[in-house]
Design a binder for this molecule. Structure first.
Ligand SMILES: Cc1ncc(COP(=O)(O)O)c(C=O)c1O
Length: 367
């Protein structure tokens, strides 16, 4: 009888930090017997999906036996029209997180360098590590990207610089002029990934409106956007990259052909048409963020002013007890696991009912 021996995976996989998503509702239901879970750990949309997306989902269910359009043509055309780009400049991902992986796979070779700020979206580092690149990590200064430090970390081996702006988990935005200066100063062959997952939540006057102009004029930029946050479709997994056409072709080379489902493509298309739902989401988020901030102030918990749908909050010495107490009450926040950002936590902005429940629970726990 043949004796099986497991094939050893790459040794370096052991060094990749696993991405730990917010606890899923089902875990809380199963472990704590609480049916009504308030999840404030993944920056989901408290208003839910656009009614137009829900209607599209119902229609599309009947064609679930069809393969999706591997090119997502309709969605790409709609996005290209909206952003003033060509469809060749849009690449659809299974969530924008897939686009991060596509960039790493298409542009990074072992021995290349990539630069990331810290703390920022952990998937940047993971994507690099998966392709055998150890990212150069530049710590933030006062919870903001250290732009000078990032520039200094770029050398002749650097191929990609990853920035999430606004930044997850801090919620801060790079001032427009500072970002423009950094982009202008970088060596021209360095590809900059600007992850704009929270773009819609940034007040108009503060937005870096040059993203698309720069892409149109041929800058080495990949701008990422997602349907998971303001568009409320996190469960469907749709995001996209906007970039130069030749970069688009490179990303498509490494993309799995059927990476997004027909249901996801169709719902995203419908959601894109519902500007009112996005506007309401943004307005509710802004007012509830102000309200929740006031409550955290009252309870003596420090947080960083945010341009997103979450608040990065210092839970102090009682962080573990707060997290435990919230979980026991069916409320999930996102305590930070990296030592440099403990005992901070990321708290998604809920609608008012959820907000009141969260604040009541905090009051009970803090006594
Ligand atoms: C900065 C940033 N980028 C990307 C994502 C992932 O978004 P998606 O659901 O589109 O994969 C997130 C989600 O939390 C995020 O915070």
């Amino acid at each position: 009888m043949k004796e099986w021996r497991p094939t050893a995976p790459r040794e370096d996989l052991e060094r990749i930090w696993p991405y730990i998503p917010g606890r899923h509702r089902s875990e809380i239901i199963r472990d704590h017997g609480i049916a009504d879970v308030l999840k404030l750990a993944s920056n989901e949309n408290p208003l839910g999906p656009s009614p137009r997306a829900i209607a599209a989902l119902a229609d599309l269910a009947a064609i679930a036996h069809h393969y999706p359009d591997s090119q997502a043509r309709e969605l790409r055309e709609a996005l290209a029209g909206r952003h003033g780009l060509t469809p060749e400049q849009i690449v659809i991902g299974n969530g924008s997180v897939e686009c991060i992986d596509l960039v790493a796979r298409a542009f990074l070779r072992p021995g290349d360098e990539a630069v990331v700020g810290s703390p920022s979206f952990p998937r940047f580092q993971i994507a690099c590590q998966v392709v055998g690149v150890r990212p150069t990590v530049v710590p933030h200064r006062e919870w903001r990207f250290d732009l000078e430090g990032l520039r200094e970390a770029v050398n002749e081996r650097t191929r990609v610089l990853f920035l999430d702006d606004p930044c997850n988990p801090t919620g801060t935005l790079i001032p427009r002029d500072d970002l423009a200066a950094l982009l202008d100063d970088l060596p021209p062959e360095v590809l900059v990934v600007l992850d704009r997952a929270y773009y819609e939540f940034v007040p108009e006057g503060e937005r870096f409106e040059e993203d698309l102009d720069r892409i149109r004029s041929g800058a080495n930029l990949v701008v990422l956007r997602t349907f998971s946050k303001a568009y409320g479709l996190a469960g469907l997994r749709v995001g996209y990259a906007m970039t130069r056409p030749e970069h688009g072709r490179a990303l498509n080379r490494v993309r799995e052909a059927f990476n997004t489902s027909s249901i996801a493509q169709g719902a995203a298309l419908a959601a894109l048409d519902d500007d009112a739902h996005v506007a309401e989401t943004v307005a509710v988020t802004a007012s509830e963020r102000a309200w929740l901030g006031g409550q955290l102030d009252r309870l003596g918990l420090e947080f960083i002013p945010s341009r997103t749908n979450f608040l990065f909050t210092d839970l102090g010495a009682r962080a573990a007890a707060i997290d435990r107490g919230l979980i026991e009450r069916g409320i999930v926040i996102r305590p930070m696991s990296a030592p440099c950002i403990q005992p901070w936590a990321r708290i998604s902005i809920p609608a008012r009912t959820g907000g009141k429940r969260f604040v009541r629970a905090l009051e009970e726990i803090l006594g």
